[in-house]
Write a new protein. Sequence first.
Length: 339
Amino acid sequence: MNTRAVFAQSHQRRSSRWLNNPRINVQKLYSPLIAKALSAWGETSITLIEDTTQLWDEYCLVRLSVQYRGRAIPLVWRVIRHHRSSVRLAVYQAMLKRAVGLLPAAVSVCFLADRGFADTALMRYLRDELKWHFRIRVKSTSWIYRPNQGWKQLKQYHLALGEVVLLQGVTLTKTQALSSVHLALARDPLSRQVWMVASDEPTTLQTLREYGERFQIEEELLDEKSNGFQLERSEIDSGTALSRLCLVMAVATLVLSTQGQQVVATGQRRRVDAHWQRGNSYLRIGWNWFKGVLHQGWRLFDTIALQGGVDPEPASASKKQLQQHLEREFTIKSYSFVT
């Protein structure tokens, strides 16, 4: 931002005026930018992750992001005054509608979400209205109906470490019941947590791997908080101002990630990443490249295109993380299909 401000206090006042300027429409500014970035996607499928984050126990940030090479790029969001991380479909349904117009034409969408979005009204809307696939974690207290067995709570399935139960074509929940839902139940051998994932498609072990991509949005949240933009230190007491701050972070995330993508694509990664194999995220590589632009006269890449497909140089896990990944094995205990 070009400014005549000299003192730190002057910069703060200018930033505050910008964040509270009612003429700044977040979605009108960001929507054309992210749509342009996704126009070069080049793949037939895309994964979207929805999540919420609490700020100072007063605001709730509801966000839908694009899963991208180990991270998540913001697509649409909304900030509401809300004291819980669980929100009703009516709160964010307009976000989902808006997202449809930002995605490449004819792309197949897979929607991922945690237990806060375990809502059969949402599942029905995704499957029947938007024609999206979904992988949503449900609660152990959820009821399912199976012919000849009647109603049963999911917590009645007892799983040993690494065991998986696949249930096909069940009815989920007694209230707002949704039929033809498929479930994958598993106990993670490392964390010992039970995963219960609902899907619109018949479940396999791959369903659990697909749901596992949801955790990439946790890395995005880490970038925005303690590992990067320090969102929580802003202490902004306005929902609209917070949404505009999210705009700044979303643009920064998009620009830095695509810069990092190009650094790797042009074979210059080791100028900014000390690891022998890629150890930093594309955002962090782009961040370091940006420092080189400011201090060493390097040039920015003139693109914001997000390129779908397989990551040409995936980040390498530490030896400890790699060993844990190898130890995470699942065995199917039972496979049941309901007709």
